[in-house]
Ligand binder design. Structure first.
Ligand SMILES: [Zn+2]
Length: 55
């Protein structure tokens, strides 16, 4: 279980989830990418496709 960085709602992570999977906050709809951590999974904001971040 992780908490949304935007609204602090709890986001459920399934046992069979994999690193890189995209999860969405049930409250605010923010998208996050799962990343492996020592205690399971953590989340980071998902990159928005089409955004130009420069090279
Ligand atoms: Zn949220």
């Amino acid at each position: 279980m992780v908490k949304c960085k935007e609204c602090d709602a709890e986001i459920k992570i399934l046992d069979d989830s994999i690193e890189g999977e995209i999860v969405a906050c049930p409250d605010c709809g923010s998208s996050y990418e799962l990343i492996k951590s020592e205690n399971g999974f953590d989340i980071k904001p998902a990159q928005v496709v089409g955004e130009d971040w420069g090279q």
